[in-house]
Design a protein around this ligand. Structure first.
Ligand code: NAI
Ligand code: ENO
Length: 365
């Protein structure tokens, strides 16, 4: 695989991360790999020491000059406070945050009458079910969208600096208003979280025998049910209007489905069931990375650096490993330095294929 150190960072100057948990330490690890100077701060001395030990950056000293950029990676309910403190402490730095909601902190900062020319909110669409520095990964943001919410006062240089961080971390920056962002993540992240959690909660009273029959379908639909309830109470509370609207619509679909199924012999009931199920087919086909994958095969997503020869090497190594590739699809986001190779293999060899590829240094999703 190509070495990230070989790629020069776009970001110039020191990046100061406040909140050295999953997101903050992942930003630190990724930027350190590119040789960027990263300083760390956290209300927990243990967390900051842990993140530094993992190589996510160093502690700030009194001699350090003002950072070029501050990344606020604290829980949503204190994000506005921490942004305000960062803007005051480092008046010449650009300040961004990575909170999962964008409108509530922005409105709160406006309400406080702060000068927001140096603040550019953002949100990397990448995470894990568990927080903490110990869960951090340098490649967390690779090939993921990174939403940036500028406003009409944002100077071009401030926007460019936040975009550079996203690009240095392998993400694809894209601009949205805070309202567009919150409506979009309500649909693609917050509604799935609630549905997955409530679905998984149905398992609590079930017998061992019943739960023992669970397969990939249940695992796929409940993966994010292991998420941190404390973080999600904050995220959902801060984006309640779009999420409640989505839950109401979802509840209507559920009720309509149950009505049709209660009496499938009534005229039109079977069609209603089929229509709802086939809407699901059309919806799932819209998820990037899920197009065209055959039901017969298991897809493995392999990250490919955008450098010559990478794909050829992957195909050669698959041959060496004796893994038969049934299909191949390439996906490349404009602006990203990374692409995906979606390899279809027989389900029975999928697990071994992933293990062998990871052992050889490939990154899989
Ligand atoms: N967990 C996820 O999958 C994702 C989370 N986010 C957002 O990233 C932010 C951070 O989330 P995680 O890294 O998952 O949480 P985390 O719990 O792993 O890390 C948060 C850190 O902030 C520190 N902290 C809390 N209040 C502080 C304060 N006032 N000053 C300094 N440090 C403080 C905590 O001690 C903790 O170490 C949240 O706003 C979340 O919405 C964004 C994308 C994905
Ligand atoms: O793992 C997933 O599918 C996620 O959706 C993770 C995630 C959680 C919270 C965010 O604000 C952004 C991404």
């Amino acid at each position: 695989m190509s070495n990230n150190n070989a790629l020069a960072a776009r970001v110039r100057g020191t990046v100061h991360v406040i909140g050295a948990g999953l997101l903050g330490a992942s930003v630190g690890l990724g930027l350190r790999e590119r040789g960027v100077d990263v300083t760390l701060e956290d209300q927990s001395p243990t967390t900051v020491a842990l993140a530094a030990d993992y190589g996510a950056g160093r502690l700030r000293t009194a001699q350090d000059p003002e950072p070029a950029l501050v990344v606020v990676a604290t829980p949503p309910d204190v994000t506005a406070d921490v942004i305000e403190r960062a803007l005051t402490t480092y008046p010449n730095a650009v300040v961004t945050d990575v909170a999962s909601v964008k409108l509530a902190p922005y409105l709160e900062l406006l309400r406080r009458g702060l000068d927001l020319k140096n603040y550019v909110g953002s949100h990397p669409m990448a995470g894990r079910e568990r927080g903490g520095a110990i869960m951090a990964r340098a490649d967390l943001f690779v090939a993921r969208p990174w939403v940036i919410c500028r406003d009409h006062e944002t100077p071009a240089e401030a926007l460019a600096l936040v975009e550079d961080v996203a690009l240095d971390l392998g993400a694809t920056p894209l601009e949205m208003t805070p309202e567009e962002h919150d409506r979009s993540v309500g649909l693609v992240s917050h509604l799935p979280q609630v549905v997955s959690s409530l679905l998984a909660a149905r398992l609590i009273p079930a017998s061992e025998q019943a739960v023992g029959l669970a397969g990939a379908g249940l695992r796929d639909t409940t993966r994010i049910a292991s998420s941190d309830p404390e973080l999600w109470v904050q995220i959902l509370g801060a984006n309640r209007a779009p999420v409640v609207e989505l839950l109401d619509a979802f509840g209507k679909d559920l009720a309509s489905f149950a009505d049709a199924l209660r009496d499938p012999e009534q005229t039109g009931a079977k069609r209603r069931i089929a229509d709802l199920l086939s809407s699901g087919n059309r919806g799932v086909a819209r998820i990037p990375g899920k197009h065209g994958s055959s039901e017969r095969f298991t897809s493995i997503m392999v990250l490919i650096d955008d450098t010559p020869g990478q794909l050829g090497r992957l195909l050669t190594e698959l041959g060496e490993l004796g893994i038969n590739m049934e299909d191949l699809r390439l996906e490349h986001s404009p602006g990203a330095q990374i692409g995906f190779a979606e390899i279809a293999v027989l389900p029975e060899v999928a697990e071994r294929a992933v293990t062998d590829l990871v052992e050889r240094g490939w990154r899989t999703l």
